[in-house]
Design a protein around this ligand. Structure first.
Ligand code: FUB
Length: 346
């Protein structure tokens, strides 16, 4: 929901109409990546703070410094906020802006994947490990080699391969890498270097991870999204094209790639037959929430599916002070996801 409409919102009314309430209220959390480990739900969110940075279209006001993991016995149960999982000051290569993380598990080791700006102001993606799903996590000394941009989401396929989906335009810098190296020109413009509106949209990325989950095993591939006629989505198709917040889940043998459309505030999805795609646009999962960003994850628990998402209702619309929520997600008989409206109509 765009910021300019926030002053007209009656937040008491909105919170009464919200389909779900914040999982925690004593700190702000966002960008929830949910996983089930050992029968319990673990949520890896951003930890939103107000660091006083000016609002801009590069997202400088998202000045997060650390991560705390949440856990729940089941959806609807009370969420526990665990201690410090990782702080930017303990990551040698990172300088600032600990944005949306994800996690996964392999052979009893838990991996936290996170983006941050390095000491040159370039977003990279790092890995930190722990023997506990709640951390504390020990970071690798360097970011993943050749990593760039933001919003890592690590998907474990049924053959035990792990894939990282990532990328985000505007402040996420994905458009600065189209020439193969970082383009620092017009540093204050969120849209410089984006394709023209009638050109194929910039794609999110996917790369298989090495067996130790610490590096890319291959050059990242484009996550191509096609329309119903098999044409690639165009950059000007703001209601459907990729912006940020990748997620992957599998349902009935199909790969569901979901993402945020950013400046149009939708969570959409596209379906494919391989983790690499191509994916065909299939619709909206979540209509706009209060706050500029929308970011989600999807996970199955006890044969039901859940959407974890965030909004800025608790902070009364402050874009960078968000709260994680959860609601059930359902499919129709054809495997299409039923669109979720985050607030009941009046
Ligand atoms: O939380 C900072 C950024 O906002 C995330 O990386 C984006 O996905 C958006 O939610």
């Amino acid at each position: 929901m765009p910021e300019d409409s926030i002053e007209h919102i009656d937040f008491n009314d909105l919170n009464n109409r919200a389909i779900s309430q914040p999982l925690v209220k004593h700190l702000y959390t966002a960008d929830p990546s949910a996983h089930v480990f050992n029968g319990k739900i673990y949520i890896y969110p951003s930890h939103d703070i107000d660091a006083g940075d000016a609002f801009d279209d590069l997202g400088s006001h998202f000045a997060m410094e650390d991560y705390h993991v949440l856990s729940m016995d089941e959806p609807g149960a009370m969420a526990t906020v665990h201690g410090l999982a990782l702080h930017v000051k303990d990551v040698p290569w990172a300088a600032q802006q600990m944005w949306a993380p994800d996690a996964n598990e392999k052979d009893g080791i838990y991996y936290l994947f996170f983006p941050a700006k390095d000491h040159e102001g370039i977003f990279r993606i790092g890995v930190a490990t722990s023997d506990s799903p709640t951390g504390p996590f020990t970071p690798q000394p360097e970011a993943i080699k050749n990593s760039f941009s933001i919003d890592p989401a690590v998907f474990k396929d049924e053959d035990n391969s792990y894939y990282m989906y990532f990328g985000g335009i505007w402040g996420g810098q994905l458009q600065r890498w189209t020439g193969g190296s970082f383009n620092a020109a017009e540093a204050n413009s969120p849209v410089a270097h984006l394709p023209a509106a009638d050109q194929p949209a910039l794609c999110g990325k996917v790369a298989k991870l090495t067996d130790d989950l610490l590096q890319f095993a291959e050059e990242p591939h484009d996550v191509v999204i096609l329309d119903e006629k098999g044409n690639v989505l165009l950059q000007g198709d703001n209601d459907r094209r990729f912006f940020e917040a990748s997620w992957m889940h599998k349902y009935n043998g199909k790969y569901y790639f979901s993402y945020s459309t950013g400046d149009t505030h939708y969570i959409c999805y596209a379906i494919g037959d391989s983790p690499y795609g191509p994916f065909t646009y299939a619709g909206r999962i979540l209509e706009p929430v209060v706050g500029w960003t929308s970011h989600h994850s999807i996970c199955e628990f006890n044969n039901k599916w859940y959407l974890f998402y965030h909004d800025s209702s608790l902070s009364k619309g402050v874009t960078h002070l968000r709260s994680v929520k959860v609601t059930e997600l359902t499919y129709d008989a054809d495997g299409k996801i039923n669109t979720i409206h985050p607030y009941r109509s009046k």
